[in-house]
Design a protein around this ligand. Structure first.
Ligand code: S3P
Length: 426
C-alpha cells in the first residue's frame, strides 16, 4: 500500500492511542500461564499481539472476546500442550523471544519461525542463557526457525544480559518460572520493566544495576488489567501536533512507565510545547494525559549510548521530527537499530537522502545538519516505525511525501493512516 501525505490542517481535539504493545504481549503470555481466567482490557488489536495469540492458541490456550475485554483461560504453569505444527511469530521479535523463555521449560519440542524480517533477527541472545538453563536450541546460524527441546525443571541461573534488552531479560525471567530454584537477572542498563511488574517480582537497585529474582514454581494468579495507550505510538501524534501550525491536542490514557517515558524529556529539551499530567493511583503501570500545542523542535537532538536504550523505538520519529523542524540531529551507540524489524539506520539514511536531507551514516548511528525536506518517495522496508515516522515528514512546510509499504503500520497501530489522513487539508 502506498500513501501520499502533504500539508495538514490544524490538529485539534482529544485522542487516545492503541494499547501498549509490550504490555499486551506480556499480559497474554502470563495470563496463559495463570491458574484461571484473566481479563485484559484495551489489549492492542494489531498484528504483533495477534501473533502472540496465534502461538498461544497453538499451545492449547483458549483466548476469547467478551465485550471490550479479551479473556484468557490460563492453563497453569504445567498445562501447555505440544503444538501440532511450527509456531508462527509473524513479524514479532517480542513474541518469539519471550515465548522462547516459556518453551524452554516445556517437556516437549517446539519449532518457532516468523516472516522474512524475523527470520533475519538474532536469537542467540536468548538461546545462550536458556541453553545454560538446560534447554537445547537448534537455529540457522543463530536465526529462526528455532527448534527448542525444552526441559522440566530447568536449572536456575544468575545472569547479566550481554546486550541491554528487555526481551532477553523477560525470556530468562519467564524461564525462571520453570526452574528448580531462584533465577536472578541483573541488568547494567535499566530496560522496560513491564514483565517484572506484571509478575510482581522483587527488584533491587544497586551500583551494579537492577537485579530481579524469580522463584521456580511461583503460581501466577489470574488478573484483570486495563492496558494503557502505547507511548511509542503516542509519539507520532505528539510530533504531528508539534509540526502543524494551530494544533492543540490532548492524548489521554497514555502509559507513562518511567522506563518508557524518557522520550518525553527529549522532546521537551528539544523545545516542544508539551505538558504531562500523570494520573495518581495504584495502577500496575503509571498513565496520564499529554497536552501538546504547535511548536516544532528549536534545539538540536543528540542521542548517545547513555540514553539510546531508553528511546530505541522512538529514534525514527525523533529523527524525522528533527529533519522536519530544521534542527541538527545525531544518534550514536545505537547499533541495535540495525537488528530491529529492519536495519533502521540504513532505512533512515537512504529514505532521508531521498527527501533531500544530507545524512552521514555510521556503524552505530547517523547524523545530519540543518536541512530542508523536499518532496519525495520513501520505502518502509516493511517496518512499521519507519512507515509512521516518515508520515511526519510531509506535515510541516508542505512537502508531499509518498510512503511505500505504508501498511506495515498494522503491526502496532491499526488505523494509523485513517487518523493521519483525517489531518490532511485536501
Ligand atoms: C521490547 C523491547 C525492545 C523494543 C521492542 C519491544 C519489549 O527490544 O525495541 O520494540 O517488548 O520487550 P529489545 O529488548 O531487543 O531492546
Amino acid at each position: 500500500m502506498e500513501i501520499t501525505l502533504g500539508p495538514a490542517k490544524p490538529i485539534v481535539g482529544t485522542f487516545e492511542v492503541p494499547g501498549d504493545k509490550s504490555i499486551s504481549h506480556r499480559a497474554l503470555l502470563l495470563a496463559s500461564l495463570a491458574d484461571g481466567v484473566s481479563s485484559l482490557q484495551n489489549l492492542l488489536d494489531a498484528q504483533d499481539p495477534q501473533s502472540t495469540i496465534r502461538c498461544l492458541r497453538s499451545l492449547g490456550v483458549e483466548i476469547t472476546r467478551r465485550g471490550d475485554a479479551t479473556e484468557v483461560h490460563g492453563r497453569g504453569l504445567r498445562g501447555l500442550q505440544k503444538p501440532s505444527k511450527t509456531l508462527d511469530a509473524g513479524n514479532s521479535g517480542t513474541t518469539m523471544r519471550l515465548l522462547c523463555g516459556v518453551l524452554a521449560g516445556q517437556p516437549f519440542e517446539t519449532t518457532i519461525s516468523g516472516d522474512e524480517s524475523l527470520r533475519n533477527r538474532p536469537m542467540q541472545r536468548v538461546s545462550d542463557p536458556l541453553n545454560r538453563m538446560g534447554a537445547i536450541f537448534h537455529s540457522q546460524n543463530g536465526k529462526p526457525p528455532l527448534t527448542i527441546r525444552g526441559k522440566y525443571p530447568l536449572a536456575p541461573i544468575t545472569y547479566t544480559p550481554a546486550v541491554s534488552s528487555a526481551q532477553v531479560k523477560s525470556a530468562v525471567l519467564l524461564a525462571g518460572l520453570f526452574a528448580d530454584g531462584v533465577t536472578v537477572v541483573t541488568e547494567n542498563v535499566v530496560t522496560r520493566d513491564h514483565t517484572e511488574r506484571l509478575m510482581k517480582l522483587p527488584v533491587q537497585d544497586s551500583k551494579a544495576g537492577r537485579t530481579i529474582s524469580v522463584s521456580g514454581g511461583t503460581v501466577i494468579s489470574p488478573f484483570n488489567i486495563v492496558i494503557p495507550g502505547d507511548i511509542s505510538s503516542a509519539v507520532f501524534l505528539i510530533c504531528a501536533a508539534a509540526l502543524v501550525p494551530g494544533s492543540d491536542i490532548l492524548i489521554r490514557n497514555v502509559g507513562l512507565n518511567p522506563t518508557r517515558s524518557a522520550v518525553l524529556d527529549i522532546l521537551v529539551a528539544a523545545g516542544l510545547q508539551l505538558t504531562v499530567d500523570k494520573t495518581s493511583g495504584d495502577a500496575l503501570e503509571e498513565y496520564g494525559t499529554i497536552h501538546v500545542t504547535f511548536g516544532p523542535a528549536n534545539k538540536s537532538i543528540h542521542l548517545d549510548k547513555s540514553i539510546v536504550p531508553l528511546v530505541i523505538d522512538e529514534i525514527p520519529a525523533l529523527a524525522i521530527l528533527a529533519a522536519a523542524s530544521g534542527v541538527e540531529c545525531s544518534v550514536r551507540g545505537a547499533a541495535e537499530l540495525r537488528v530491529k524489524e529492519s536495519d533502521r539506520i540504513r532505512l533512515l539514511v537512504t529514505n532521508l537522502r531521498s527527501i533531500g536531507v544530507s545524512v552521514d551514516e555510521a556503524e552505530d548511528g547517523f547524523s545530519f545538519d540543518v536541512s530542508q525536506i523536499k518532496p519525495g518517495r520513501i520505502q518502509s522496508g516493511g517496518d512499521h516505525r519507519i512507515a509512521m515516522a516518515f508520515a511526519l515528514a510531509g506535515l510541516y512546510k508542505g512537502s508531499e511525501i509518498t510512503i511505500g509499504g505504508a501498511d506495515a503500520s498494522d503491526v502496532s497501530f491499526p488505523n494509523f493512516w485513517g487518523v493521519l489522513e483525517s489531518f490532511q487539508k485536501r
